[in-house]
Design a protein around this ligand. Sequence first.
Ligand code: HEC
Ligand code: HEC
Length: 308
Amino acid sequence: MNKIYLAAIVTTLAMLGFTYVAMDIKGGLNDDIVNQLAILGAVVLVIATVFVVTKYVRQMQTDKATGDLTEENWDGIGEYMNEMPFGWSVIFLLTIIWGLWYWTAGYPVAAYSQIGEWNEEVAAKNASIAQRAANLTPNEKLHLGKAVFNVQCAPCHGTNGKGQENYQTGDLRAENLNKRALSKKYVEKVIREGSNQLGYAGGMPPMMLQDDADIDAVATYIEGGMKGEQPAQYAVCGSCHGMNGEGMDFVAPSLTAYNVDLVKTLLTSGTKKGEIGTMPREAKILTPLQIELVAAFVANGPATELEE
Ligand code: HEC
Ligand code: HEC
């Protein structure tokens, strides 16, 4: 047999052997379809490569230089305008396809990652917590809500929910969540411009209330906690916010208190850029159960002492 073919067969077997040992060293081939397909691809490539290389080596032994030279030459040394060798092009393309396939369908992208494992474990944990949470008493829910609040909300709203100030400027930096305090200025702005800060579907359109005196009367009444005589113009607001400002679930928020519906809607919606600052999107990091619990805790009043 021709020496070149013998060398080719020995090289092929050696490369296949090395590939197999390298892949299987940690049991990588055991019922792992991705690795099995990858090695199949590698085998095809190795065989094709050895075949093509053998062909060109033989050709080099017998070929005479023919064909046209390119225009440039360097001290009399020129370059042939040869076509790209067909076999070489095929192997080049196959290697790219194999590499792309392995990258996308194989390990780097599709399979095991530490982040994936982390996400799976968190999902499983959350599911088991949700199952246990189904049987909690209301008081236990408040305690769990408090735990969420202390971690996720207290850094801005304070441990008792009374809000936090910037001690240098005296600016209020996060809302006091124990009572819903709407300033006159803000209510006036909402009446004139509407609101879409709280995540209620469609938001609130600007109101038809035009007269400054009417707006002033309504805003003063709301700022005062809706006590005393109700201005007649409040009827406009009452159709959505309730005649006592108690709000209606899914329709409009309470104007007097942070109830479960308001807090949940706010947390699951986007960012609140309100009167005093920006409340970042919290729902990103909270599970539905955590939102449920923390909303119950806020509605109960974060500063309210809980039963043991
Ligand atoms: C058509 C129903 C509707 C009417 C009428 C209505 N509102 Fe609203 N209002 C809403 C909704 C919905 C929201 C919550 C919007 C959101 O997602 O930010 C809201 C929010 C508010 C807020 C809270 C904004 C915030 O950022 O906390 C105030 C204050 C308010 N309304 C005042 C009024 C007043 C005063 C009137 C009467 C002049 C009025 N609304 C009439 C639907 C209504
Ligand atoms: C990074 C600081 C920050 C964190 C963390 C934070 N908030 Fe806020 N929150 C704010 C700011 C600032 C406002 C005031 C927005 C405004 O001007 O209306 C606010 C407003 C609110 C409001 C009142 C909205 C209104 O219009 O009256 C509620 C309810 C609320 N936050 C609940 C929560 C809960 C529950 C958490 C924890 C899951 C939380 N926030 C975490 C900064 C924060």
